[in-house]
Design a protein. Structure first.
Length: 248
């Protein structure tokens, strides 16, 4: 290729035998040399270093980079843009746990189980008994059952899926304990629950006031214990959170 019309910066020149490539651009042309330098020339002016991504892509092509190299770079950029997701759940019988694990698998999220310091027995969960532990906790506005573990560095998460079983139409009071234990400012919370017949109802909206005003709450959903993978995946897609489902 002829270099006679190229105005190089002071002290710069193309190496002998170097492969050059012109790329048309709005204000002029781009010259790439295989020694790793990229220069942009506006008509009649000296060349300037050209640092935009197009230069990197062309340079990779000239120096033998494969399409896989470029694809790997794109994948890395995509991973950096991915939101950090945490799935939090409380489960006594295993129904909510199964749903939480499914959401975790679909979204590639981290998983955290809310474990009470005092585990619930079957008698504690007897909804027919008005004096059972679960019944008394739901009726007591000040009830806040203690939790054994804490989330490590909750600040790193952008989206939190919060799962619980429906107890007497509401979220168990241990969910209140969890929400009052952290600052969820700037985060998005997606409630989900499990129930044999009850809807999510006011169980989620009653939790909103436990977090700061700049916490974003999405409308939650209630699922039966046998909910299919495809149903859960469709629900997550319809949330509009731009989650890269199923991608590493």
């Amino acid at each position: 290729m002829e270099n006679s019309n190229i105005i190089f910066p002071k002290g710069k020149k193309a190496s002998a035998g170097a492969r050059n490539n012109w790329h048309k651009h709005h204000g002029g042309q781009l010259l790439l040399v295989t020694d790793g330098k990229g220069y942009y020339q506006e008509k009649g002016n000296a060349m300037k270093k050209y640092l935009f991504i197009i230069a990197l892509i062309i340079l990779c092509t000239l120096t033998g980079c494969t399409q896989n190299n470029i694809k790997d770079a794109e994948n890395q950029t995509q991973r950096e843009k991915m939101k950090n997701i945490l799935v939090v759940y409380f489960s006594c019988t295993g129904n909510t746990r199964s749903l939480a694990e499914e959401i975790t698998n679909i979204t590639k999220a981290d998983l955290f189980e809310i474990k009470p310091q005092v585990p619930y027995s079957s008698d504690d969960l007897n909804w027919r008994n008005n004096t059972s532990r679960a019944n008394l906790e739901i009726k007591d506005p000040s009830s806040r059952p203690a939790i054994t573990e804490t989330v490590e560095n909750i600040k790193q998460y952008d989206i939190i899926f919060l799962g619980y079983p429906i107890w007497y139409g509401q979220a168990p009071k241990i969910i209140y304990t969890f929400l009052e234990s952290y600052d969820f400012s700037g985060k998005t919370i997606v409630p989900f629950c499990t129930s044999g017949s009850s809807p999510i109802g006011s169980s989620a909206s009653n939790l909103y006031g436990l977090c700061s005003n700049n916490t974003t709450w999405l409308s939650g959903s209630c699922f039966p214990s046998n909910t299919s993978h495809s149903t859960i995946e469709t629900w997550i897609n319809e949330l509009g959170l731009n989650i890269n489902i199923g991608k590493e």
